[in-house]
Design a protein around this ligand. Structure first.
Ligand SMILES: Nc1ncnc2c1ncn2[C@@H]1O[C@H](COP(=O)(O)OP(=O)(O)OP(=O)(O)O)[C@@H](O)[C@H]1O
Ligand SMILES: *[C@@H]1O[C@H](CO)[C@@H](O)[C@H](O)[C@H]1NC(C)=O
Ligand SMILES: *[C@@H]1O[C@H](CO)[C@@H](O)[C@H](O)[C@H]1NC(C)=O
Ligand SMILES: *[C@@H]1O[C@H](CO)[C@@H](O)[C@H](O)[C@H]1NC(C)=O
Ligand SMILES: *[C@@H]1O[C@H](CO)[C@@H](O)[C@H](O)[C@H]1NC(C)=O
Ligand SMILES: *[C@@H]1O[C@H](CO)[C@@H](O)[C@H](O)[C@H]1NC(C)=O
Length: 469
């Protein structure tokens, strides 16, 4: 990958990096030797060497992220410094500037919940003194990564450092890759007194619950898939090049206000596999294999992007997209399922197909065959809202104890009401979903109507009539 920035700057930076790594390595070496003498175990020094080698490899892995020239790297760089540092503000504040959260803001925090824990990291929900709620990501001391390191090397400090590199990598990536569908880095802190190592301060989300998502309206499931495709489009042309998510599973994502966001980036890879012939460019999945061509530069063309897209298909689209899609959108959705399942189109073209679905859905073009006469069965009462607990449940409702569905307009709502035997009225307010569709509340009756300028109640005349007499 070529450096696009000032070459002198990059060279100076690299030199600084190497000096710092050397110093850090010496320090580790020293610590390990000291321990070695204490234990007097002959093999400790050997495994110490191996740990040093692994630490060095992890450092090497971070180098490409610094060298793709960007002044933000300075901020990241200084976090290699073992002293206390909260460096997000750095020289070039990223988007999160102004609200950057560092060690001092974390000092008065209260831990309120555990949001998640994986092989490598633990995520806590904390409330800062200023009342802001954030997610705090740190090394999982009880995680599988830490445990296997301790088994191999029996060096708690060395292992802490080794595992921390994954979190460091994630922090750098979160600084360099900014997108609506990537969790926002709100700050960081390195302070051994706090949680023993480096922590990332993230916007708080909720872990992705696939079961819950499966039960939500198609519109919300489509939103998740659409967000994913926009993310993949960004990753395919990111400031770091084409990024592949090697560990691509629902648990790497969280939801923030209905929007899907990537949170686990430690397994992201910036380089495509290198190759000599096309046969080196094989992409294997349990049910399908794909081959790509090896470019003149010796990289597999499009492999990173297509790996992400097929994973999106097998972990998300299959479960979320076809099920309960509006009948008129089915052909478009089926085509997306087919082109992604067979990797027949690029991420770019797939995004285009998603945008087309969204356009048709938003514009109500798929409803053109609704009988307009259906409205004649309903009497509109403007400026009123129905109350009383004569609600019924329907599926998949936006509210658990009631029947609330999204509609394009009153005609579509009338059509829905006519198809539910319980429905005798519905109301529309100015509340909308993410696509701008209206939320309609369907009822089996009401005890009274109250004035509400933003609401209209539509009463089914044939059923309402006897009650009024
Ligand atoms: N910003 C956040 N808000 C809420 N929950 C989060 C957030 N970030 C992560 N989580 C939860 O914490 C879990 C662990 O985080 P993460 O995936 O980064 O750790 P990990 O050790 O790399 O996990 P894995 O073993 O799955 O690779 C996630 O699966 C997710 O459910
Ligand atoms: C994929 O390729 C591997 C290695 O060549 C082979 O063993 C496997 O059977 C192939 N799988 C499918 C589904 O074609
Ligand atoms: C795509 O369509 C072709 C032709 O209709 C069909 O044979 C194939 O099984 C489909 N693939 C997927 C993944 O849906
Ligand atoms: C994807 O689309 C964008 C805008 O439509 C275009 O600028 C870009 O070059 C396309 N990328 C590829 C790989 O086709
Ligand atoms: C609702 O939208 C459909 C489809 O666009 C249209 O045919 C119908 O006239 C609209 N009804 C109202 C009340 O605007
Ligand atoms: C709906 O209308 C009411 C009354 O006009 C207003 O107070 C409220 O902010 C509106 N809500 C939305 C989501 O537009």
């Amino acid at each position: 990958m070529s450096s696009r920035g000032n070459p002198l700057f990059s060279a100076t930076f690299l030199a600084l990096l190497i000096i710092s790594l050397t110093v850090a390595l010496r320090k580790w070496h020293f610590t390990l030797r000291e321990k070695g003498f204490g234990d007097a175990a002959p093999n400790v020094d050997l495994s110490g060497e191996e740990l040093l080698q692994q630490l060095n490899e992890r450092r090497q892995e971070l180098v490409p992220f610094y060298t793709t020239s960007n002044r933000q790297q300075l901020a990241v760089f200084s976090s290699v410094n073992p002293q206390k540092s909260d460096t997000l503000g750095g020289t070039t504040p990223p988007v999160t500037a102004g609200s950057a959260i560092g060690c001092s803001e974390l000092s008065g925090m209260t831990v309120v919940d555990v949001l998640g824990a994986g092989y490598t990291k633990t995520v806590l929900k904390v409330v800062l003194q200023q009342g802001i709620t954030v997610a705090l990501k740190s090394v999982n001391e009880q995680g599988a990564d830490m445990r296997s390191c301790l088994e191999d090397f029996r060096d708690p400090r060395g292992c802490q450092e080794l595992v921390s590199f994954k979190l460091r990598k994630e922090i750098i990536l979160l600084q360099r890759l900014q997108h609506t569908n990537i969790v926002k880095l709100r700050g960081q802190c390195q302070d051994s007194g706090l949680v023993g190592g480096i922590v990332a301060v993230l916007e708080q989300g909720t872990p992705l619950q696939m079961i819950q998502l499966l039960q939500s309206p198609w519109e919300e499931r489509f939103r998740v898939c659409f967000g994913l495709v926009r993310l993949l489009q960004y990753l395919s042309q990111s400031p770091l090049g084409s990024v592949a998510l090697l560990d691509f599973q629902p648990r790497q994502f969280v939801m923030v206000s209905g929007e899907l966001k990537l949170t686990d980036l430690d397994d992201a890879s910036v380089r495509g596999p290198s190759c000599q012939t096309d046969s080196d460019c094989l992409l294997q999945f349990p049910l399908r294999n794909f081959t790509f061509s090896c470019s003149a530069h010796g990289v597999c063309e499009g492999l990173n992007e297509m790996r992400n897209l097929y994973n999106a298909y097998r972990y998300f689209f299959i479960y979320l997209l076809p099920h309960q899609a509006p009948a008129a959108l089915k052909p478009l959705v089926d085509r997306i399922m087919n082109t992604t399942g067979e990797l027949k189109q690029s991420v770019n073209e797939t995004l285009g197909a998603f945008e087309e679905v969204l356009h048709v859905y938003k514009s109500g073009l798929h409803l053109q065959n609704l009988p307009p006469s259906i409205m004649e069965e309903f009497a509109a009462v403007k400026g009123m809202r129905a109350v009383g607990n004569m609600q019924y449940r329907c599926w998949p409702s936006y509210e658990q104890q009631a029947c609330v569905l999204s509609v394009h307009n009153a005609t579509e709502a009338a059509y829905v009401c006519s198809s539910h035997p319980e429905c005798t009225s519905f109301s529309l307010s100015n509340q909308t979903t993410w696509t701008g569709r209206l939320l309609a509340s369907f009822r089996s009756g009401y005890s009274q109507m109250l004035p509400d300028v933003s609401s209209t109640v539509y009463v089914k005349s044939t059923k309402a009539l006897p009650a009024m007499l």
